[in-house]
Design a binder for this molecule. Structure first.
Ligand code: OVM
Length: 398
């Protein structure tokens, strides 16, 4: 029999305001406490080391998604919305839905978006340079994805202001039913109704990513209802993640100006630099899994049917995996971060996210020497995402 070691226990609430305002010291404490920590506040496990987070994400047979990838266990309480048939699904359902998305979102398939995304980025940067001072979140990190992503999916212009409130519902919904969740859900009915009305074949433009999902119905891979649910996945996963990712990149370049100078001198580093942003200031901080069997983690026994909180952002700063983990260094090899997850559920849209970042920061690198902060950036607290609500900036033109 394997040697059992005593489990580490923590009373910390990782969804409290104090934690979300500055999670990094808590991440370090969780990593140092052990390979897995019991969070007594919720009666769940947590993993914060790179190796354990990676191993759990890779072992989908032991750490399943079908019981939800938030705190709530779908087998014990009803989910707030019908579960996603890709994110909150296991094989064999997941295998079938994922195959369709993998094809539609492959780097080769989305290369047709490249020209449009580059043009939109250049045009936005042109307008921001004319203004000189603006809010990096509303006017750039939100404005860009809110234009190019629904255009790419093939959604009408009308009502796009519902996309961010829906994303807030989705990503706060992975946490506990706390104040952040209640606030996100304050207008849930109309927001959900608008989203669902955009998921039907009739609502989609003929050549967008959304209609490509419906082509898989015609090919016999999905039902019509499943196709609508996968369009819902696009609208759930494709907006806030990139808004927070671009916002965090802008925040990093504004607060580490010498790193922006390195990029300006060598724009071929832009894609690597975005990976470093994702490692250092992960827009998606956490996801959960649920154990399907009892399992030993570093000598600690986890029972079957238990929730496990995976701290992606803590794995990204694990000194066991990274040199100088708390330094933002655009030249480092940051691939291997856990922000896109890994394994069968690894981000299927990551090529689109990288393309958006390349377009925006490529356009900025040509024309901007520095981002000056003209006020204190404010956090926008969220049960899953980390990013700013406001980022007052002044551009220094080249
Ligand atoms: C989905 C979904 C929602 C949120 C995030 C996500 C990060 C997927 O509805 O499938 O992936």
């Amino acid at each position: 029999m394997d040697t059992l070691v005593e489990r580490a226990v923590s009373a910390v609430d990782p969804f409290s305001h104090a934690f979300l305002e500055n999670p990094y010291p808590h991440h370090e404490a969780f990593r140092e406490a052990g390979p897995v920590v019991w969070l007594e506040h919720y009666g769940i496990w947590a993993m914060a080391r790179h190796q354990e987070v990676r191993d759990a994400l890779t072992d989908w047979q032991t750490y399943c998604s079908g019981a939800g990838v938030g705190l709530s266990d779908f087998r014990k309480e009803p989910p707030w919305r019908p579960p996603s048939i890709v994110l909150e699904a296991d094989p064999p359902l997941h295998t079938r839905t994922r195959a369709v998305l993998t094809r539609i979102l492959s780097p080769a398939a989305i290369s047709v978006l490249r020209e449009t995304l580059m043009r939109e980025a250049e045009s936005l940067v042109e307008r921001l340079l004319a203004r000189r001072e603006f809010d990096g979140i509303a006017d750039l990190a939100e404005a860009y994805p809110l234009k190019v992503f629904p255009d790419s999916v093939g959604i009408a212009e009308q009502g796009r202001e519902n996309l961010l409130p829906y994303g807030s519902m989705v990503f706060n919904g992975f946490g506990p039913r706390n104040d952040l969740f209640d606030k996100a859900m304050c207008n849930a009915g109309p927001v959900r109704d608008w989203i669902m009305s955009k998921c039907s074949r009739a609502a989609l433009a003929p050549n967008g990513l959304g209609m490509q999902i419906f082509r898989a119905v015609d090919a016999g891979e999905l039902t019509e209802a499943e196709a609508g649910m996968l369009v819902r996945s696009f609208l759930s996963a494709g907006v806030d993640t990139t808004v927070y990712g671009l916002g965090n990149a802008l925040y990093c370049f504004a607060t580490y100006p010498q790193q922006w100078t390195i990029l300006r001198e060598n724009p071929s580093l832009i894609r690597l630099a975005f990976e470093e942003v994702l490692r250092f200031e992960a827009p998606v901080q956490t996801f959960f899994r649920t154990t399907t069997r009892s399992v030993d983690v570093g000598g600690v026994h986890l029972g079957e049917g238990e929730k496990v909180l995976l701290f992606l952002a803590a794995a990204n700063r694990d000194p066991r995996r990274w040199e100088r983990p708390d330094e933002f260094d655009v030249k480092r090899r940051a691939t291997g971060h856990m922000t896109f997850g890994t394994g069968i559920h690894g981000c299927v849209g990551q090529a689109v996210a990288r393309l958006e970042a390349e377009a925006v920061f490529g356009a900025l690198a040509k024309r901007v020497t520095a981002f000056e902060l003209t006020g204190e950036p404010m956090l926008r607290l969220n049960n899953t995402l980390r990013g700013r609500d406001t980022l007052p900036l002044r551009l220094v033109p080249a």
